[in-house]
Design a protein around this ligand. Structure first.
Ligand SMILES: Cc1cc2nc3c(=O)[nH]c(=O)nc-3n(C[C@H](O)[C@H](O)[C@H](O)COP(=O)(O)OP(=O)(O)OC[C@H]3O[C@@H](n4cnc5c(N)ncnc54)[C@H](O)[C@@H]3O)c2cc1C
Length: 473
Protein backbone atom coordinates (compact mmCIF):
# COMPACT_ATOMS: atom_id res chain seq x y z
CA UNK A 1 0.00 0.00 0.00
CA UNK A 2 2.79 2.47 0.86
CA UNK A 3 4.58 1.80 -2.43
CA UNK A 4 1.74 3.62 -4.20
CA UNK A 5 3.16 6.97 -3.24
CA UNK A 6 6.53 8.52 -3.52
CA UNK A 7 8.52 7.75 -0.38
CA UNK A 8 9.86 11.29 0.02
CA UNK A 9 6.34 12.72 -0.22
CA UNK A 10 5.23 10.22 2.39
CA UNK A 11 8.02 11.22 4.80
CA UNK A 12 7.20 14.90 4.40
CA UNK A 13 3.51 14.19 4.94
CA UNK A 14 4.23 12.18 8.11
CA UNK A 15 6.47 14.94 9.45
CA UNK A 16 3.78 17.53 8.71
CA UNK A 17 1.10 15.42 10.39
CA UNK A 18 2.97 14.49 13.58
CA UNK A 19 5.81 16.99 13.93
CA UNK A 20 9.21 16.78 12.21
CA UNK A 21 11.08 16.56 15.53
CA UNK A 22 9.82 13.01 16.21
CA UNK A 23 10.37 11.57 12.73
CA UNK A 24 13.65 10.13 11.37
CA UNK A 25 14.58 8.42 8.12
CA UNK A 26 18.37 8.33 8.02
CA UNK A 27 19.80 4.99 6.83
CA UNK A 28 21.15 3.91 10.22
CA UNK A 29 17.80 4.45 11.94
CA UNK A 30 15.87 2.67 9.21
CA UNK A 31 18.25 -0.30 9.27
CA UNK A 32 18.12 -0.51 13.08
CA UNK A 33 14.32 -0.57 12.93
CA UNK A 34 13.90 -3.09 10.11
CA UNK A 35 13.77 -6.33 12.15
CA UNK A 36 13.53 -7.86 15.61
CA UNK A 37 15.65 -10.76 16.93
CA UNK A 38 14.01 -13.54 14.89
CA UNK A 39 16.94 -15.75 13.85
CA UNK A 40 15.67 -15.95 10.25
CA UNK A 41 15.79 -12.14 10.02
CA UNK A 42 19.27 -12.28 11.57
CA UNK A 43 20.37 -14.82 8.93
CA UNK A 44 18.92 -12.66 6.14
CA UNK A 45 20.42 -9.46 7.58
CA UNK A 46 23.79 -11.21 7.79
CA UNK A 47 23.52 -12.35 4.15
CA UNK A 48 22.34 -8.95 2.95
CA UNK A 49 18.98 -10.32 1.81
CA UNK A 50 16.87 -8.49 4.38
CA UNK A 51 16.29 -5.47 2.20
CA UNK A 52 12.84 -4.22 3.21
CA UNK A 53 13.01 -0.80 4.85
CA UNK A 54 10.34 1.28 6.56
CA UNK A 55 9.74 4.76 5.18
CA UNK A 56 10.41 6.42 8.51
CA UNK A 57 10.59 5.90 12.26
CA UNK A 58 8.33 7.99 14.49
CA UNK A 59 9.26 8.20 18.19
CA UNK A 60 6.13 9.44 19.97
CA UNK A 61 6.50 11.19 23.32
CA UNK A 62 2.78 11.33 24.14
CA UNK A 63 -0.45 9.45 23.51
CA UNK A 64 -1.49 12.38 21.31
CA UNK A 65 1.56 11.70 19.10
CA UNK A 66 0.52 8.05 18.73
CA UNK A 67 -3.02 9.14 17.89
CA UNK A 68 -1.75 11.56 15.26
CA UNK A 69 0.36 8.86 13.58
CA UNK A 70 -2.50 6.37 13.48
CA UNK A 71 -5.05 8.90 12.23
CA UNK A 72 -2.69 9.82 9.41
CA UNK A 73 -1.82 6.20 8.55
CA UNK A 74 -5.45 5.10 8.66
CA UNK A 75 -6.51 7.90 6.36
CA UNK A 76 -3.68 7.27 3.90
CA UNK A 77 -3.65 3.45 4.13
CA UNK A 78 -0.04 3.21 5.35
CA UNK A 79 1.20 0.22 7.39
CA UNK A 80 2.30 0.93 10.97
CA UNK A 81 4.60 -1.43 12.88
CA UNK A 82 4.98 -0.83 16.65
CA UNK A 83 8.49 -1.40 18.03
CA UNK A 84 9.23 -2.02 21.72
CA UNK A 85 12.69 -3.37 22.46
CA UNK A 86 13.00 -5.47 19.30
CA UNK A 87 13.75 -8.60 21.35
CA UNK A 88 10.89 -10.61 19.81
CA UNK A 89 12.20 -13.87 18.39
CA UNK A 90 9.43 -14.84 15.96
CA UNK A 91 9.39 -11.97 13.45
CA UNK A 92 6.47 -10.09 15.03
CA UNK A 93 8.28 -6.91 14.03
CA UNK A 94 9.32 -6.94 10.37
CA UNK A 95 8.00 -3.75 8.79
CA UNK A 96 7.14 -3.89 5.12
CA UNK A 97 8.72 -1.53 2.61
CA UNK A 98 7.42 1.99 3.10
CA UNK A 99 5.78 1.34 6.50
CA UNK A 100 5.83 3.73 9.44
CA UNK A 101 7.62 2.34 12.50
CA UNK A 102 6.28 3.53 15.84
CA UNK A 103 9.26 3.31 18.19
CA UNK A 104 7.78 3.42 21.72
CA UNK A 105 11.13 4.06 23.44
CA UNK A 106 10.43 7.68 24.47
CA UNK A 107 7.23 6.73 26.30
CA UNK A 108 9.26 5.25 29.12
CA UNK A 109 8.04 6.68 32.44
CA UNK A 110 6.79 5.00 35.57
CA UNK A 111 3.65 7.06 36.22
CA UNK A 112 2.33 5.86 39.56
CA UNK A 113 2.90 3.23 42.24
CA UNK A 114 -0.15 2.49 44.41
CA UNK A 115 1.32 0.88 47.53
CA UNK A 116 -2.12 0.30 49.08
CA UNK A 117 -3.68 -1.55 46.16
CA UNK A 118 -0.38 -3.03 44.95
CA UNK A 119 -0.31 -1.88 41.35
CA UNK A 120 1.84 0.33 39.13
CA UNK A 121 0.98 2.44 36.09
CA UNK A 122 3.71 2.60 33.46
CA UNK A 123 4.17 3.83 29.91
CA UNK A 124 4.47 1.06 27.33
CA UNK A 125 7.97 1.92 26.14
CA UNK A 126 9.69 1.57 29.53
CA UNK A 127 12.41 -1.09 29.42
CA UNK A 128 11.72 -4.07 31.67
CA UNK A 129 14.85 -3.77 33.81
CA UNK A 130 14.26 -0.05 34.40
CA UNK A 131 10.70 -0.74 35.49
CA UNK A 132 11.75 -3.53 37.86
CA UNK A 133 14.61 -1.40 39.30
CA UNK A 134 12.23 1.51 39.95
CA UNK A 135 9.84 -0.84 41.77
CA UNK A 136 12.63 -2.48 43.76
CA UNK A 137 13.84 0.95 44.93
CA UNK A 138 10.44 1.35 46.59
CA UNK A 139 10.43 -2.18 48.07
CA UNK A 140 8.29 -3.85 45.39
CA UNK A 141 8.67 -6.15 42.41
CA UNK A 142 6.54 -7.05 39.42
CA UNK A 143 7.66 -10.68 39.76
CA UNK A 144 8.17 -10.76 35.98
CA UNK A 145 11.71 -11.75 34.99
CA UNK A 146 11.98 -12.76 31.35
CA UNK A 147 15.53 -13.60 30.35
CA UNK A 148 15.26 -10.59 28.04
CA UNK A 149 14.29 -8.19 30.86
CA UNK A 150 17.01 -5.72 29.79
CA UNK A 151 16.12 -6.01 26.07
CA UNK A 152 12.34 -5.70 26.15
CA UNK A 153 9.61 -3.18 27.05
CA UNK A 154 6.53 -3.59 29.21
CA UNK A 155 4.34 -2.89 26.14
CA UNK A 156 6.17 -5.66 24.28
CA UNK A 157 5.48 -8.03 27.19
CA UNK A 158 1.73 -7.40 26.86
CA UNK A 159 1.83 -7.69 23.08
CA UNK A 160 3.55 -11.10 23.13
CA UNK A 161 1.93 -12.56 26.30
CA UNK A 162 5.38 -12.89 27.82
CA UNK A 163 6.28 -15.17 30.73
CA UNK A 164 9.15 -14.66 33.18
CA UNK A 165 11.45 -17.06 34.96
CA UNK A 166 9.48 -16.74 38.24
CA UNK A 167 6.09 -17.33 36.62
CA UNK A 168 5.07 -20.47 38.50
CA UNK A 169 4.17 -18.31 41.52
CA UNK A 170 3.72 -14.81 40.11
CA UNK A 171 2.02 -15.72 36.84
CA UNK A 172 2.58 -14.43 33.30
CA UNK A 173 1.44 -11.24 31.60
CA UNK A 174 -2.22 -12.28 31.45
CA UNK A 175 -2.20 -12.61 35.26
CA UNK A 176 -0.23 -9.42 35.86
CA UNK A 177 -2.07 -7.01 33.59
CA UNK A 178 -4.82 -5.08 35.38
CA UNK A 179 -5.55 -2.16 33.09
CA UNK A 180 -4.57 -0.90 29.68
CA UNK A 181 -4.53 2.17 27.46
CA UNK A 182 -4.50 1.40 23.75
CA UNK A 183 -4.72 3.59 20.65
CA UNK A 184 -6.85 1.93 17.98
CA UNK A 185 -6.22 2.03 14.23
CA UNK A 186 -8.47 5.10 13.74
CA UNK A 187 -6.64 7.02 16.48
CA UNK A 188 -9.34 6.45 19.12
CA UNK A 189 -7.98 6.09 22.68
CA UNK A 190 -9.36 3.07 24.53
CA UNK A 191 -8.92 2.85 28.31
CA UNK A 192 -9.56 -0.49 30.04
CA UNK A 193 -9.74 0.43 33.69
CA UNK A 194 -7.81 -1.60 36.24
CA UNK A 195 -9.85 -3.71 38.61
CA UNK A 196 -8.92 -6.56 40.96
CA UNK A 197 -11.59 -8.60 39.19
CA UNK A 198 -14.89 -7.86 37.52
CA UNK A 199 -17.85 -9.54 35.88
CA UNK A 200 -18.80 -6.99 33.27
CA UNK A 201 -18.86 -8.79 29.97
CA UNK A 202 -15.93 -10.04 27.87
CA UNK A 203 -12.55 -9.00 29.16
CA UNK A 204 -11.06 -6.65 26.56
CA UNK A 205 -7.57 -6.94 28.01
CA UNK A 206 -7.36 -10.29 26.27
CA UNK A 207 -7.84 -8.71 22.84
CA UNK A 208 -4.51 -6.95 23.19
CA UNK A 209 -2.58 -9.57 25.15
CA UNK A 210 -0.59 -11.39 22.48
CA UNK A 211 -2.02 -9.30 19.62
CA UNK A 212 1.53 -8.39 18.50
CA UNK A 213 0.56 -4.89 17.45
CA UNK A 214 -2.15 -6.04 15.02
CA UNK A 215 -5.17 -4.65 16.93
CA UNK A 216 -3.90 -1.46 18.55
CA UNK A 217 -0.87 0.28 20.01
CA UNK A 218 -0.42 -0.18 23.75
CA UNK A 219 0.57 3.15 25.27
CA UNK A 220 0.17 2.52 28.99
CA UNK A 221 -0.60 -0.32 31.37
CA UNK A 222 -1.37 -0.97 35.00
CA UNK A 223 0.34 -4.07 36.38
CA UNK A 224 0.14 -5.99 39.63
CA UNK A 225 3.11 -5.60 41.95
CA UNK A 226 4.26 -7.55 45.01
CA UNK A 227 6.12 -6.50 48.16
CA UNK A 228 9.67 -7.78 47.81
CA UNK A 229 9.82 -11.22 49.40
CA UNK A 230 10.94 -11.45 53.01
CA UNK A 231 12.78 -14.70 52.45
CA UNK A 232 14.15 -16.87 49.65
CA UNK A 233 15.22 -20.52 49.77
CA UNK A 234 17.04 -22.55 47.15
CA UNK A 235 17.32 -26.30 46.66
CA UNK A 236 18.00 -28.74 43.82
CA UNK A 237 17.64 -32.42 43.02
CA UNK A 238 19.05 -34.80 40.43
CA UNK A 239 16.73 -37.36 38.82
CA UNK A 240 17.65 -40.46 36.87
CA UNK A 241 15.59 -39.32 33.88
CA UNK A 242 13.46 -36.46 32.58
CA UNK A 243 10.14 -38.28 33.25
CA UNK A 244 10.92 -38.68 36.96
CA UNK A 245 11.71 -34.97 37.21
CA UNK A 246 8.45 -34.06 35.44
CA UNK A 247 6.62 -36.33 37.86
CA UNK A 248 8.18 -34.45 40.79
CA UNK A 249 7.02 -31.09 39.37
CA UNK A 250 3.53 -32.46 38.72
CA UNK A 251 3.28 -33.69 42.31
CA UNK A 252 4.52 -30.37 43.69
CA UNK A 253 2.06 -28.18 41.79
CA UNK A 254 -0.98 -30.48 41.93
CA UNK A 255 -1.30 -30.08 45.72
CA UNK A 256 -0.96 -26.31 45.55
CA UNK A 257 2.72 -25.51 46.12
CA UNK A 258 3.89 -22.70 43.85
CA UNK A 259 7.64 -22.18 44.10
CA UNK A 260 8.31 -19.33 41.64
CA UNK A 261 11.14 -21.27 40.00
CA UNK A 262 10.74 -24.96 39.13
CA UNK A 263 13.14 -25.74 36.30
CA UNK A 264 13.89 -29.23 35.09
CA UNK A 265 16.70 -29.77 32.58
CA UNK A 266 17.08 -32.88 30.44
CA UNK A 267 20.32 -34.86 30.62
CA UNK A 268 21.88 -32.89 27.76
CA UNK A 269 21.26 -29.48 29.32
CA UNK A 270 22.04 -30.73 32.84
CA UNK A 271 25.47 -31.90 31.67
CA UNK A 272 26.02 -28.53 29.95
CA UNK A 273 25.00 -26.34 32.89
CA UNK A 274 25.45 -28.49 36.00
CA UNK A 275 27.94 -31.22 35.05
CA UNK A 276 30.08 -29.99 37.94
CA UNK A 277 27.54 -31.30 40.48
CA UNK A 278 26.57 -34.70 39.06
CA UNK A 279 27.69 -37.26 36.55
CA UNK A 280 26.10 -39.30 33.81
CA UNK A 281 22.58 -38.72 32.62
CA UNK A 282 21.25 -36.90 35.69
CA UNK A 283 18.39 -34.45 35.09
CA UNK A 284 18.52 -31.42 37.38
CA UNK A 285 15.49 -29.81 39.02
CA UNK A 286 16.07 -26.33 40.45
CA UNK A 287 13.64 -24.94 43.01
CA UNK A 288 13.39 -21.40 44.37
CA UNK A 289 10.79 -20.61 47.03
CA UNK A 290 10.12 -17.12 48.29
CA UNK A 291 7.63 -15.02 50.25
CA UNK A 292 6.95 -14.84 53.98
CA UNK A 293 9.71 -16.82 55.76
CA UNK A 294 7.30 -19.43 57.14
CA UNK A 295 5.81 -20.05 53.68
CA UNK A 296 9.19 -20.37 51.95
CA UNK A 297 10.41 -22.79 54.64
CA UNK A 298 7.28 -24.95 54.50
CA UNK A 299 7.23 -24.97 50.69
CA UNK A 300 10.90 -25.92 50.45
CA UNK A 301 10.42 -28.77 52.91
CA UNK A 302 7.33 -30.05 51.09
CA UNK A 303 9.12 -29.96 47.72
CA UNK A 304 12.07 -31.78 49.29
CA UNK A 305 9.85 -34.57 50.60
CA UNK A 306 8.17 -35.00 47.22
CA UNK A 307 11.49 -35.08 45.32
CA UNK A 308 13.07 -37.58 47.74
CA UNK A 309 9.97 -39.79 47.59
CA UNK A 310 10.43 -39.93 43.80
CA UNK A 311 14.08 -40.99 44.07
CA UNK A 312 15.55 -37.53 43.54
CA UNK A 313 19.03 -36.99 44.99
CA UNK A 314 19.47 -33.72 46.84
CA UNK A 315 22.21 -31.62 45.21
CA UNK A 316 22.07 -28.50 47.40
CA UNK A 317 21.91 -24.77 46.74
CA UNK A 318 25.00 -24.38 44.54
CA UNK A 319 23.41 -25.37 41.19
CA UNK A 320 20.58 -22.88 41.82
CA UNK A 321 23.01 -20.14 42.83
CA UNK A 322 24.91 -20.84 39.62
CA UNK A 323 21.69 -20.53 37.59
CA UNK A 324 20.63 -17.34 39.43
CA UNK A 325 23.98 -15.82 38.53
CA UNK A 326 24.07 -16.94 34.91
CA UNK A 327 20.40 -16.93 34.00
CA UNK A 328 20.39 -13.91 31.72
CA UNK A 329 23.78 -14.57 30.10
CA UNK A 330 22.98 -16.19 26.80
CA UNK A 331 25.25 -16.40 23.77
CA UNK A 332 24.29 -13.66 21.33
CA UNK A 333 22.11 -15.03 18.55
CA UNK A 334 23.57 -12.39 16.24
CA UNK A 335 27.12 -13.72 16.87
CA UNK A 336 26.10 -17.36 16.41
CA UNK A 337 24.29 -16.58 13.17
CA UNK A 338 27.27 -14.55 11.92
CA UNK A 339 29.40 -17.66 12.50
CA UNK A 340 26.96 -19.59 10.31
CA UNK A 341 25.27 -21.65 13.02
CA UNK A 342 21.63 -22.57 12.57
CA UNK A 343 20.24 -22.02 16.04
CA UNK A 344 17.02 -21.22 17.84
CA UNK A 345 14.81 -22.02 20.84
CA UNK A 346 11.25 -23.34 20.60
CA UNK A 347 8.89 -23.19 23.57
CA UNK A 348 5.68 -25.20 23.52
CA UNK A 349 3.25 -26.41 26.12
CA UNK A 350 1.07 -29.43 26.89
CA UNK A 351 -0.97 -30.95 29.67
CA UNK A 352 0.57 -33.51 32.01
CA UNK A 353 -1.04 -36.38 30.10
CA UNK A 354 0.82 -35.47 26.89
CA UNK A 355 3.94 -33.54 27.78
CA UNK A 356 6.27 -36.52 28.31
CA UNK A 357 5.48 -37.92 24.87
CA UNK A 358 5.70 -34.47 23.33
CA UNK A 359 9.22 -34.01 24.71
CA UNK A 360 10.40 -37.31 23.19
CA UNK A 361 8.63 -36.76 19.87
CA UNK A 362 10.09 -33.29 19.29
CA UNK A 363 13.60 -34.40 20.26
CA UNK A 364 13.31 -37.37 17.87
CA UNK A 365 11.80 -35.33 15.01
CA UNK A 366 14.35 -32.49 15.15
CA UNK A 367 17.12 -35.02 15.80
CA UNK A 368 16.68 -36.35 12.27
CA UNK A 369 17.78 -33.09 10.67
CA UNK A 370 21.08 -33.58 8.88
CA UNK A 371 24.21 -32.31 10.67
CA UNK A 372 22.34 -31.33 13.80
CA UNK A 373 24.74 -30.64 16.67
CA UNK A 374 22.21 -30.75 19.46
CA UNK A 375 18.56 -30.66 20.39
CA UNK A 376 17.71 -30.48 24.08
CA UNK A 377 14.96 -29.24 26.36
CA UNK A 378 13.88 -28.06 29.77
CA UNK A 379 10.63 -27.33 31.59
CA UNK A 380 10.46 -23.88 33.18
CA UNK A 381 6.82 -22.77 33.69
CA UNK A 382 4.45 -25.17 35.44
CA UNK A 383 0.76 -25.34 36.25
CA UNK A 384 -1.50 -27.85 37.96
CA UNK A 385 -2.66 -28.90 34.47
CA UNK A 386 0.65 -29.08 32.61
CA UNK A 387 3.99 -27.49 31.80
CA UNK A 388 6.05 -26.02 28.98
CA UNK A 389 9.06 -27.49 27.24
CA UNK A 390 11.71 -25.09 25.96
CA UNK A 391 13.79 -26.74 23.25
CA UNK A 392 17.12 -25.55 21.90
CA UNK A 393 18.55 -26.70 18.59
CA UNK A 394 21.91 -26.02 16.96
CA UNK A 395 23.10 -27.28 13.58
CA UNK A 396 26.59 -27.08 12.16
CA UNK A 397 27.88 -24.15 10.16
CA UNK A 398 26.68 -24.65 6.65
CA UNK A 399 26.37 -23.01 3.30
CA UNK A 400 24.37 -19.89 4.05
CA UNK A 401 21.63 -20.73 1.54
CA UNK A 402 21.21 -24.18 3.07
CA UNK A 403 21.15 -22.63 6.56
CA UNK A 404 17.81 -20.97 5.95
CA UNK A 405 16.25 -24.23 4.71
CA UNK A 406 17.72 -26.16 7.63
CA UNK A 407 16.37 -23.61 10.09
CA UNK A 408 12.86 -23.92 8.65
CA UNK A 409 13.09 -27.72 8.60
CA UNK A 410 13.89 -27.80 12.34
CA UNK A 411 10.86 -25.61 13.03
CA UNK A 412 8.57 -27.59 10.73
CA UNK A 413 9.51 -30.83 12.45
CA UNK A 414 9.15 -29.39 15.96
CA UNK A 415 5.79 -27.74 15.29
CA UNK A 416 4.34 -30.78 13.50
CA UNK A 417 5.45 -33.09 16.32
CA UNK A 418 3.97 -30.70 18.90
CA UNK A 419 0.61 -30.58 17.15
CA UNK A 420 0.58 -34.39 16.70
CA UNK A 421 1.38 -34.89 20.39
CA UNK A 422 -1.56 -32.69 21.44
CA UNK A 423 0.47 -29.68 22.56
CA UNK A 424 0.08 -25.94 21.95
CA UNK A 425 2.46 -24.31 19.48
CA UNK A 426 3.81 -21.52 21.72
CA UNK A 427 4.13 -21.02 25.46
CA UNK A 428 5.45 -17.44 25.56
CA UNK A 429 7.36 -16.23 22.49
CA UNK A 430 4.24 -15.72 20.39
CA UNK A 431 3.57 -16.18 16.68
CA UNK A 432 5.08 -13.37 14.60
CA UNK A 433 5.66 -14.58 11.03
CA UNK A 434 7.32 -17.81 12.11
CA UNK A 435 4.42 -19.78 13.57
CA UNK A 436 1.61 -18.50 11.33
CA UNK A 437 1.42 -21.76 9.33
CA UNK A 438 0.32 -23.65 12.45
CA UNK A 439 -2.23 -21.09 13.70
CA UNK A 440 -5.15 -22.82 12.01
CA UNK A 441 -4.30 -26.14 13.63
CA UNK A 442 -3.98 -24.34 16.95
CA UNK A 443 -7.26 -22.40 16.76
CA UNK A 444 -9.51 -24.07 14.18
CA UNK A 445 -12.55 -21.88 13.50
CA UNK A 446 -11.16 -19.41 16.03
CA UNK A 447 -9.05 -18.01 13.17
CA UNK A 448 -12.22 -16.68 11.49
CA UNK A 449 -13.24 -15.03 14.77
CA UNK A 450 -9.80 -13.41 14.95
CA UNK A 451 -10.10 -12.22 11.34
CA UNK A 452 -13.52 -10.70 12.08
CA UNK A 453 -12.13 -8.86 15.11
CA UNK A 454 -9.19 -7.62 13.05
CA UNK A 455 -11.53 -6.34 10.34
CA UNK A 456 -13.73 -4.58 12.86
CA UNK A 457 -10.88 -2.87 14.68
CA UNK A 458 -8.57 -2.27 11.73
CA UNK A 459 -10.69 -2.22 8.54
CA UNK A 460 -7.86 -0.86 6.38
CA UNK A 461 -5.38 -3.43 7.70
CA UNK A 462 -2.75 -0.85 8.68
CA UNK A 463 -1.67 -2.37 12.00
CA UNK A 464 1.39 -4.57 11.68
CA UNK A 465 0.26 -6.40 8.53
CA UNK A 466 1.89 -9.79 8.05
CA UNK A 467 2.13 -10.71 11.73
CA UNK A 468 0.09 -13.24 13.68
CA UNK A 469 -2.76 -14.22 11.36
CA UNK A 470 -2.12 -16.88 8.69
CA UNK A 471 -1.97 -15.62 5.11
CA UNK A 472 -4.62 -17.93 3.60
CA UNK A 473 -8.09 -16.47 3.09
C1 LIG B 1 17.80 -13.46 24.73
C2 LIG B 1 16.29 -13.45 24.75
C3 LIG B 1 15.63 -13.99 25.84
C4 LIG B 1 14.23 -13.98 25.88
N1 LIG B 1 13.60 -14.47 27.00
C5 LIG B 1 12.25 -14.40 27.09
C6 LIG B 1 11.58 -14.85 28.28
O1 LIG B 1 12.19 -15.28 29.25
N2 LIG B 1 10.22 -14.76 28.29
C7 LIG B 1 9.50 -14.26 27.24
O2 LIG B 1 8.28 -14.20 27.33
N3 LIG B 1 10.12 -13.83 26.12
C8 LIG B 1 11.46 -13.88 26.03
N4 LIG B 1 12.10 -13.42 24.89
C9 LIG B 1 11.30 -12.88 23.77
C10 LIG B 1 11.03 -11.36 23.87
O3 LIG B 1 11.92 -10.73 24.76
C11 LIG B 1 9.60 -11.12 24.30
O4 LIG B 1 8.75 -11.55 23.28
C12 LIG B 1 9.27 -9.66 24.65
O5 LIG B 1 8.02 -9.63 25.28
C13 LIG B 1 9.27 -8.73 23.46
O6 LIG B 1 9.23 -7.40 23.95
P1 LIG B 1 9.85 -6.19 23.11
O7 LIG B 1 9.58 -4.94 23.85
O8 LIG B 1 11.26 -6.47 22.76
O9 LIG B 1 8.91 -6.25 21.83
P2 LIG B 1 9.27 -6.18 20.27
O10 LIG B 1 10.16 -7.29 19.88
O11 LIG B 1 9.68 -4.79 19.92
O12 LIG B 1 7.80 -6.44 19.68
C14 LIG B 1 7.15 -7.65 19.85
C15 LIG B 1 5.78 -7.58 19.15
O13 LIG B 1 4.91 -6.70 19.86
C16 LIG B 1 4.59 -5.56 19.07
N5 LIG B 1 4.68 -4.42 19.99
C17 LIG B 1 5.75 -3.98 20.68
N6 LIG B 1 5.41 -2.94 21.46
C18 LIG B 1 4.09 -2.72 21.25
C19 LIG B 1 3.14 -1.78 21.77
N7 LIG B 1 3.48 -0.84 22.65
N8 LIG B 1 1.85 -1.85 21.33
C20 LIG B 1 1.46 -2.79 20.43
N9 LIG B 1 2.33 -3.70 19.91
C21 LIG B 1 3.62 -3.66 20.32
C22 LIG B 1 5.57 -5.54 17.91
O14 LIG B 1 5.02 -4.96 16.75
C23 LIG B 1 5.85 -7.03 17.74
O15 LIG B 1 4.83 -7.63 16.97
C24 LIG B 1 13.49 -13.44 24.80
C25 LIG B 1 14.17 -12.88 23.71
C26 LIG B 1 15.56 -12.89 23.67
C27 LIG B 1 16.27 -12.29 22.49
Amino acid sequence: MSSKRNIEDLRRAVAAAVGADIVAWDDATLRARSRDTWPLSLIRDDRGTLTTRPACVVSPATVADVQAVLRFANREGIAVAPFGGGSGVCGGFLPEDGAIVLDMGRMNRLLEVDETSLCARVQAGMMGDHFEAALEERGYSMGHFPQSIALSTVGGWVSTRAAGQFSTRYGSMEDMLLGLEVVLADGERLVIKPSPRRSAGPDLRHLFLGAEGTLGVVTELTARIFPRPESRRLCSFAFADFESGLEAIRNIVRVGWRPPVLRLYDAHESARHFGHWAEGDACFLLIVSEGPAALAAAETEACREICLSLQGTETGEAPVEHWMHERNNVPSLVDLVARGFVVDTIEVTADWAHVGQLYHDVIAAVGEVESLLLVSGHSSHSYAQGTNIYFTFVATPSERAAGEAKYLECWQRAMDATVRAGGSISHHHGIGRLRKPWMREEHGAGIEVMRAIKKALDPHGILNPGALLPDDA
